[in-house]
Write a protein that binds this ligand. Sequence first.
Ligand SMILES: [Zn+2]
Length: 291
Amino acid sequence: MKTILSIFMILCLMTPALAGAAVNGQATVVASFYPIYLFAENLLKGTENVRLLSMTAPTTGCLHDYQLLASDMRVLAEADVFCVNGAGMETFLDSLTEQFPSLPVIEGASGIEMIYDPDLNEYNAHVWLDARNAIRMVQNLSEGLCAVLPGQAERIRANELEYTAMLTGLDAEIKSGLEGIARRDIVTFHEAFPYFARAYGLHIVAVMAAEPDDALSPQMLSDIINKVSAAGNPPLFTEPQYSSAAARVIAAETGAMVYELDPIVTGDGALTAYEDAMRTNLRVLREALRQ
Ligand SMILES: [Zn+2]
């Protein structure tokens, strides 16, 4: 027993990430928010003694300016590893690493070519809406999870291959689904779709709110209405997570049609939720842009 204990202690010293897992027999993986939860869920499918928690509720939405709650800290205190989007989505990360210096953090967006947003003076963090980026994120998360959970690495790698193969097919499906569509202009609710637009050849004429909670001033609303009119009234896309009030006003002023695109930041957490939402977005775009 003494020998086992000393080996265990050495292991803990060498790999602090494993301490929690070794103590309670179960490793706890925490995802920062919904899309990261979906990717981690697919990677961890069928693993043993691993539980996956989402730090934020699946109704939270994007983490713009998110402030950590006491309940988040309690979840993170149990974490053996924290999976995040990165790219500036989790603005609380710096303060977090001060409080949990030994908690390994895996950034999904690591190595992805970022889009700079001059209006917000920052890089856009919504990388997951390009399926090629999603592949890179899943690979990054897989690599990090295999390092922290070496006993589950074989299963995680197999899941990675299966899920990225699905994403490769999904990417091709979206590309071919939007091929040959003459109309390419769209107006989105918030700055969630630049990566989608870059990947699939769409042009975002205007956004109705740079950040989801931004209230539109009459001046901003009038600017957007002018942009939409000048572009020939392209379709407006609301998001299921946020109010469609601005879109309705712009539609009433311009005659532009209103549809809905999902930035995939809330949902039921089903294993297929990402590809289901991407396919729904594709269907909606084909309908909205068909003439
Ligand atoms: Zn967002």
